[in-house]
Write a protein that binds this ligand. Structure first.
Ligand SMILES: Cc1ncc(COP(=O)(O)O)c(C=O)c1O
Length: 249
């Protein structure tokens, strides 16, 4: 409610009218109204404002990532139920826009869903492939090229990609990245500039060897890079600057 009140003041000052999507918390515990009571109250406030028009509700099912493999359907069903309940309590003609790559393709097929807003699926990562089987491994579109910089023991390789490259995000199993070539090599620990690679195939690696990694979470990995190198059929065809790098404003 304080956000809606602040927005009213900004819109009055700016002299513009805007359509509004109300955020709904479907279980992640982040932004959005928690209860039907709060949703009705906020919808009433929006309806009383001349510069706002409520068009729909939206959500982000980020907690689906932490669901055990094969069980994200439970999160999806609960989210769908809550979205429909809140929509019908306010106005059944409102549009409904959930957003999460784990649930998007299934929610898009359900009645009453107007649009889905996935982001991670554009490149894909370990969460969407190994963990939740939402994407095929061959559809992964972004990897991190890393170099083996040390082999201190037979069960460990040190890579030149740490949390400044892969980000601090891990899969729920504690993995920061895995080898794209499907060898069983996993980055199980990171410092800023280094990754600790372990796993049954790690002894294959030699100092100086370059391997491609699939990060646990591709979104912050892209955000940490100054540019991405575009490769087609093994040939570098372009370099795209990441214009939103590090931007939090
Ligand atoms: C509000 C919101 N909508 C949609 C998305 C996209 O979800 P995903 O990263 O699962 O594709 C995000 C991701 O963080 C989000 O915060």
């Amino acid at each position: 409610m304080p956000q809606a009140e602040a927005l009213t003041r900004v819109l009055d000052l700016a002299g513009i009218d805007v359509p509004i999507l109300m955020a709904v918390d479907t279980g992640m515990g982040r932004e959005g109204v928690r209860s039907t009571h709060d949703a009705i109250e906020l919808a009433g406030f929006i309806a009383s404002q001349r510069r706002m028009g409520l068009r729909g509700i939206y959500s982000h099912e980020g907690h689906a990532y932490a669901a055990p493999p094969g069980e994200s359907g439970v999160v999806l069903d609960q989210a769908y139920e809550k979205l429909m309940e809140l929509r019908d309590a306010i106005d059944s003609s409102l549009s409904v826009w959930p957003g999460c790559s784990v649930t998007a393709s299934r929610l898009a097929a359900m009645p009453g869903i107007s649009a889905v807003r996935p982001g991670t699926y554009v490149f894909g990562d370990l969460s969407l492939t190994l963990r939740h089987n939402i994407m095929e491994w061959d559809d992964l579109a972004a990897t991190v090229l890393t170099t083996v910089v040390d082999r201190p023991s037979s069960d460990l390789a040190l890579l030149d990609s740490g949390s400044k490259t892969l980000s601090g995000d891990k899969t729920p199993d504690g993995i920061s990245a895995a080898a794209y070539d499907r060898r069983q090599i996993y980055v199980s620990k990171c410092s800023e500039e280094h990754g600790w690679a372990t796993g049954p195939d790690v002894d294959d690696l030699s100092v100086g060897e370059r391997i491609r990694l699939v990060p646990a979470h591709i979104c912050p990995a892209v955000n940490l890079a100054a540019a991405v190198t575009v490769v087609r059929n093994g040939q570098v065809i372009d370099v795209w600057p990441v214009s939103a790098r590090g931007r939090v404003d």
